[in-house]
Design a protein around this ligand. Structure first.
Ligand SMILES: [Zn+2]
Length: 480
């Protein structure tokens, strides 16, 4: 059964009703029982992500106004901040976020991640916005909005932007258009569907994943009439979901996992005497389980993994704490999708970081990270020993999973120890590979962005990662 998507919430122009794109309209859509809310995201001059439709406020571009100056038409109230909307609707309804302009995709993705928002699709009329979102967050569901040119959208724009959905203007959603979409196997959302006849036709069409409507109550009622027993409602998109851990690890298992990650790093070029560390988020929220200092990676067992609070206090474990704990707490405080962080000093990664050269996808390993290029932290090459520096490292990492600390080392992140450690292993391998290419006079050819992204999905699929991890574990624990 087709999803009913409340266009800018459940609102109307009638006096006393909620206005579009407001917290009240979103609350009303949830109360009605809509499946999703569609909303518009813009950025103000002072860098606030806001939920607001119009490109201009009294002829002045919204993007050139400070948040303070943007007022909802006819009222004195501000449009809501996207962060407040996410907090209001989290775990209650799915969202279709339409990004109206380029330039703030990374911030939007970072906000979705830091607020742990998983049920959403990011859509835009702009191919480059959709493409960038997919590059930054391959797991994020995306949609390309089109009002004309269905044929070209299907043959060219959709593959190039790697969108998962098409958002079709209802004009394009005639029988022939929907046939074409169905043949291409692309799920589509139709906007804006307000008439009863159009609703009835689209709600019962198998190619239509959802209808975006200003009249969600009517659409829900029509759906009930048109398709009363037509099985289950489609599931709204689940994006950004970290890999589910069916069984939550016990404390001991988590310590073993961190220790295992350390021993694997010892065998993959990350050994730097007693320096470098792996951490995992404490499931009870007390802090992080982290390798203890004064030991080398290969010496670590569960007993050498200590619990460090977000303020740096050692809460459990006998061994001393590394001074660079703020790298781990800094990243984990702002990235709810991250469950594990690695910091190490691998030589080839340090060399490429210092060279200023971009990391190129000259091999399989590079495609795990590029495009876009791996970010670099250049504020200081000294140790990251304060929470303020930890926060700066986290902001240099942004929504990504790998970072060069220039003239120092690397930071990688993952939803669990496996993913963070594999990224550290592959980053060093990619840097090493690129150095070898330099020996032959430099790279003449490397994967295009499109090829690299395809390889990220195939070469580094969940199946491959899991086989790689099992092998890495067997290598350090023969007989397992
Ligand atoms: Zn370090």
């Amino acid at each position: 059964m087709t999803l009913v998507i409340a266009h800018r919430g459940a609102w109307s122009r009638a006096r006393g009703s909620p206005a579009e794109n407001t917290l009240e309209a979103f609350e009303a859509a949830i109360e009605l029982g809509a499946d999703m809310i569609e909303l518009d995201v813009r950025r103000t001059r002072d860098g606030q992500l806001i939920v607001y439709h119009d490109a201009r406020v009294k002829a002045v571009p919204t993007s050139s106004l400070r948040y303070e100056a943007v007022r909802i038409k006819g009222t004195r109230s501000h449009p809501p901040l996207l962060a407040d909307v996410l907090a209001l609707v989290k775990d209650r309804i799915a969202l279709d976020l339409e990004v109206k302009e380029p330039g703030y995709v990374e911030e939007t993705v970072a906000l979705l991640r830091s607020s742990g928002f998983e049920r959403c699709v990011l859509t835009s009329f702009l191919d480059e916005v959709v493409r960038e979102a997919k590059m930054l967050a391959p797991e994020l569901r995306t949609g390309l909005l089109i009002a004309t040119g269905l044929r070209r959208a299907l043959t060219t724009r959709l593959p190039a932007s790697r969108a998962d959905y098409l958002g079709l203007h209802r004009r394009l959603a005639d029988a022939a258009g929907l046939d074409r979409v169905a043949d291409a196997g692309v799920p589509c959302l139709i906007w804006t569907v307000n008439g009863v006849r159009a609703m009835d036709r689209l709600i019962s069409h198998p190619a239509v994943e959802g209808v975006i409507t200003d009249r969600p109550a009517l659409a829900l009622e029509r759906r009930h009439r048109v398709a009363p027993r037509d099985g289950e409602v489609r599931t709204p998109p689940q994006s950004m979901a970290p890999r589910t851990q069916e069984v939550r690890m016990t404390e001991h298992e988590l310590r073993e996992q961190v220790a295992l990650g350390c021993r694997i790093l010892a065998t993959t070029g990350h050994d730097d005497f007693v320096w470098g560390h792996v951490s995992a988020r404490d499931p009870a929220g007390r802090g992080i389980w982290m390798k203890a200092s004064t030991f080398a990676f290969e010496e670590i067992t569960a007993e050498h993994v200590i619990l460090v609070g977000f303020d740096g206090e050692v809460l459990a474990g006998e061994h001393p704490r590394h001074v660079e704990w703020p790298i781990h707490t800094g990243v984990m405080s702002v990235r709810s999708d991250v469950g594990s962080v690695v910091h190490s000093h691998p030589p080839h990664s340090i060399a490429i970081g210092a060279s200023g050269q971009p990391l190129l996808p000259v091999s399989h390993a590079g495609t795990m990270f590029v495009p876009p290029d791996v970010p670099r932290f250049t504020k200081t090459a000294e140790l990251i020993v304060t929470p303020a520096l930890g926060t700066e490292v986290a902001s240099a990492l942004g929504p990504r999973h790998a970072l060069f600390l220039v003239n120092h080392g690397i930071v990688t992140a993952g939803s669990d120890v496996r993913d963070a450690v594999i990224r550290a292993v592959l980053l060093e391998k990619a840097a090493h590979q690129q150095l070898l290419v330099q020996g032959f006079g430099g790279a003449q050819r490397w994967s295009s962005d499109d090829e690299a992204l395809r390889k990220r999905a195939t070469v580094w699929s969940e199946r491959q990662l899991s086989a790689l991890w099992e092998y890495l574990v067997r290598r350090v624990e023969p007989g397992r």
